[in-house]
Design a protein around this ligand. Structure first.
Ligand SMILES: Cc1cc2nc3c(=O)[nH]c(=O)nc-3n(C[C@H](O)[C@H](O)[C@H](O)COP(=O)(O)OP(=O)(O)OC[C@H]3O[C@@H](n4cnc5c(N)ncnc54)[C@H](O)[C@@H]3O)c2cc1C
Length: 505
């Protein structure tokens, strides 16, 4: 079957580029190995409770933000959402700290009375960084597309227009927090929002949008579902349960794919899958393959997580108006994910609003434990999930539940009607996101901003999603679809940026 573009993967990156191309009359096919679209934005049900994979809320679902704008441009139905305004509870080495939504500063000042100046300094800097990040009127261009002159001008403008971002935002959060306060509990409280080594900007963003995020009334799955609806309305196709096993190359160009059942779909190829997997599907006879693999071999990947999905019977235990509970230690702040063990790793429990009709409340605890943990979770080099893998998973789950119980009481664990652990290997197996990463490449100071290009060394083979510009996050990967479509459509004389601006003028 002949298409203009065959997209591998119906993650939000793949669905985005497919929608933009379909809107401009391209014949597009999206192939998805899973039985539902969305990749890391899918939901699943257990005992009648709907769980999302871990995203609690998205600021970018708000009116006028990326997600509703893109959906509108594609002609999709809007996704009804509700605001998230819950409070946070943070246990630091057993001591409880509470943060009220909309009153972060007041809550921290009250609980860190000896460090009032530090609290104000940290929050002022975060606020300034966030303001600078949102000050641009237009989406930035991919830096690798700029000429040397544009790049120098961009750098000079950044120094002038985004001084706080340049001074603090793109530096490692630990380094920045060390320079702003000596209070370990305060640093840990800030760090507890997402306890991963990242640039400070990531924390500034998360704290600034806390209390401003929205959650789809029907759960996160509503976002990919809306994108699939518009894709079909625009003439595009989606095939589920279709796993690509090979990228076909003819005359040096990508010209189609072969799926595991032997079907062939012809067209230029766009992969929404991590490059480490995508490149393996290129035949060894293609000279560029070794070069492309070598170019990414040493890049560091964002550390993954184990996720503990729990369904809570609220008639037996109530979490009140909590949105999140973290169980952390001042020690976390100096550790890497590779050093965490189930009995030491931070535990961040997201309390979901739940969707109408569900009897129990869905909770998802995110626990940073590495892909390599305990000999790749007892799967060794072959990554074979057998008895030892299952036994280790059970042991880890019991340790985590015990730690949660120590903080929330036996009443909590007794009120759980279901619990189930996924490991980084589970995330990898479902999405082929390398090592189970849910953010693409590492975003530490050393790694942040080194974007992979969407064009590859092979003609007509492109990448889209969290591994390419502008990187991770639902809005980020949808934007990567926009940038790739803009580049592709240029040769047809389409100025997507102009059309997009005109549409919303
Ligand atoms: C716990 C957690 C918390 C997060 N928190 C946030 C947050 O707060 N805010 C935010 O914006 N983002 C968050 N994210 C990140 C966000 O979900 C991802 O960055 C984004 O969804 C990645 O999208 P993608 O399109 O790049 O890739 P993916 O979603 O990984 O999609 C890839 C798709 O390709 C398919 N596929 C793979 N191999 C094949 C094949 N051979 N053939 C066919 N199909 C294939 C997969 O099944 C999948 O559907 C979080 C993610 C997780 C898991």
């Amino acid at each position: 079957m002949q298409y203009d573009y065959v997209v591998i993967g119906a993650g939000m990156g793949g669905l985005s580029v497919a929608n933009f191309l379909a809107k401009y009359g391209k014949k597009v096919l999206v192939l998805e190995k899973h039985s539902i679209p969305g990749g890391l934005v899918t939901s699943f049900a257990r005992r009648g409770v709907h769980f999302d994979l871990g995203i609690l809320g998205l600021y970018e679902l708000d009116e006028g933000q990326t997600i509703p704008q893109f959906l509108e441009f594609w002609g999709a139905s809007q996704v009804p959402t509700r605001p998230l305004r819950g409070n946070l509870k943070c246990f630091i080495d057993g001591t409880e700290f509470d943060i009220e939504a909309g009153k972060v500063r007041e809550s921290l000042l009250e609980q860190f009375p000896k460090n009032r100046d530090d609290v104000n300094r940290v929050l002022d800097i975060m606020h300034a960084i966030n303001k600078e990040m949102h000050s641009g009127k237009e989406a930035p261009e991919p830096p690798y597309d700029m000429t040397l002159f544009q790049l120098v001008k961009f750098g000079m403008n950044a120094m002038r227009q985004r001084p706080m971002f340049m001074k603090y935002g793109n530096k490692d959060a630990r380094r920045v927090l060390d320079s702003l306060t000596t209070c370990d509990e305060l640093k840990t409280a800030v760090y507890s929002k997402a306890p991963y080594p990242m640039v400070f900007m990531a924390f500034a963003y998360q704290w600034s949008v806390y209390g401003e995020s929205r959650y789809p009334v029907a759960g996160m799955q509503a976002i990919p579902d809306a994108a699939v609806e518009s894709l079909r309305n625009q003439g595009g196709e989606l095939k589920l349960n279709a796993e690509v096993a090979e990228i076909l190359i003819g005359n040096g160009r990508a010209c189609g794919v072969r799926t595991t059942d032997g079907s062939v779909y012809r067209g230029a190829v766009i992969s929404n899958v991590s490059p480490q997997f995508t490149y393996e599907w290129i035949p060894d006879t293609v000279a560029a393959k070794a070069r492309m693999k070598a170019a990414i071999a040493r890049r560091r990947i964002f550390e993954p997580a184990a996720a503990l999905f729990m369904a809570l019977d609220e008639s037996r235990y109530s979490l009140g108006d909590l949105e999140s509970i973290s169980i952390v230690s001042t020690r976390d702040y100096r550790m890497t994910t590779g050093e965490y063990r189930p009995d030491t790793a931070p535990i961040c429990i997201n309390v979901y609003p739940g969707i109408e009709g569900d009897e129990f409340r869905p909770l998802v605890a995110i626990i940073p434990i590495s892909y390599e943990y305990h000999n790749f979770w007892e799967t060794e080099a072959g990554r074979k999930r057998g008895q030892s893998y299952r036994a280790l998973k059970q042991e880890v789950e019991a340790t985590l539940l015990h730690r949660i119980e120590q903080h929330l009481g036996t009443g909590f664990t007794n009120a759980l009607v279901h619990h189930e652990l996924s490991t980084p290997l589970t995330f990898e197996r479902y999405t082929y996101s390398k090592n189970g990463s849910f953010m693409g490449w590492s975003i530490t100071q050393r790694d942040y901003g080194k974007f992979l290009r969407q064009r590859t060394d092979i003609d007509d083979l492109y990448l889209v999603g969290q591994w390419v510009f502008p990187g991770f996050g639902v809005a980020g990967v949808m934007a990567s679809g926009y940038y790739l479509a803009k580049e592709i459509l240029k040769s047809d004389g389409v100025d997507l940026k102009k059309d997009f601006a005109k549409f919303f003028a």
